[in-house]
Design a protein around this ligand. Structure first.
Ligand code: MEV
Length: 312
């Protein structure tokens, strides 16, 4: 093969961020309109072209370490010379907003490498390689993103194991970006520190988040967006209690509710990043997006889940 191509999409956590780190379940949604793509060619000199850095592989700055790791580990696995490839990366997933940009980029690179080598990787191999890059990007992580950016359906994820979530009706969501990035490592460390001081309280919050998550799994399965919204709303309060919200996130949540969303919460590790709101329909999505933009959202996206509970 002359050129190896790979892609993966973005994701949003519907419920269970942070609690998933302590063994509770989480639900992730695929964001199919947000895509990372990688194109790889063999050359004599390693070179990378991307929005974050363009230049020789050898002099790539530190923030490119996850991408370089994805390149290196997949090249090793597939017997390709990692220092002799020309990599072009394109992504419409915003960077460091909890929407899976690092995992999707790594997945795209690993898939492009497999394509270049003319090999098919097993799902487990693919996941393992993406996780190595994720480890460099975020430190220890639950592995949620590496699964989410490759799944076409929502996933329930617990203790490393993903399962497909049944969706009984169309659900419409709005995502709004605060325009600031929160550090996943800092947010996860913050919760861990709070848990060291108040283990019982934090474990209780984790348990409550676990119950809300499974309530949302149930509500998706019976097609009840109001119930999804109520659980999302409660989850946002619990996440704020854990210290991972911010004034900007709280303002977007309040604006979404005011404009008719059934519920809204921060999504991803928090401290910055995005808010996810569930809304009655496409028309209301426009109103909710406008309301969040009016209080400071720098960008908004609308995404829908389609029913998947038919028998094939
Ligand atoms: C970050 O995308 C989600 C967290 O739950 C961390 C993780 O799962 O590794 C905050």
């Amino acid at each position: 093969v002359e050129t190896g191509l790979g892609s993966a999409h973005g994701k949003a956590i519907l419920l269970g961020e942070h609690s998933v780190v302590y063994g509770a379940p989480a639900i992730v949604l695929p964001l199919l309109d947000l895509q990372a793509t990688a194109s790889l060619r063999r050359t004599r000199r390693g070179y990378i072209t991307s929005d974050l850095y363009t230049g020789p592989l050898a002099t790539a700055p530190k923030h490119m370490a996850p991408v370089l790791t994805a390149l290196r580990v997949s090249a090793e696995q597939l017997d390709v010379r990692a220092d002799r490839v020309d990599l072009i990366l394109r992504s419409t997933i915003p960077f460091e907003r909890g929407l899976g940009s690092s995992a999707a980029t790594s997945a795209a690179v690993v898939r492009a490498m497999a394509n270049l080598a003319g090999t098919r990787l097993s799902a487990a191999q693919l996941h393992g390689l993406i996780q190595e890059a994720e480890h460099v990007a975020h430190g220890t992580s639950s592995g949620l993103d590496a699964h989410a950016v490759q799944s076409m359906t929502p996933l329930r994820f617990q203790q490393g194991k993903p399962t497909t979530v049944k969706v009984a009706d169309k659900f419409t969501f709005v995502i709004a970006d605060t325009g600031t990035s929160g550090s996943t490592a800092a947010a996860v460390d913050g919760v861990k520190m709070l848990r060291d001081i108040q283990p019982r309280v934090v474990d209780r919050v984790v348990e409550d988040l676990a119950n809300l998550t499974d309530d949302v799994v149930y509500a998706l399965g019976i097609g009840d967006p109001i119930r999804v919204g109520q659980s999302m709303h409660e989850a946002h309060s619990l996440l704020a209690y854990l210290g991972v919200s911010s004034p900007a996130l709280d303002a977007l949540v309040a604006a979404a509710l005011e404009a008719g969303a059934y519920g809204a919460k921060l999504t991803g590790s928090g401290l910055g990043g995005c808010v996810l709101a569930v809304v009655p329909d496409q028309e209301q999505a426009g109103d909710v997006a406008a309301a969040m933009t009016a209080v400071g959202a720098t960008r908004t996206w609308t995404t829908s889940l389609i029913p998947n509970d038919f028998d094939l």
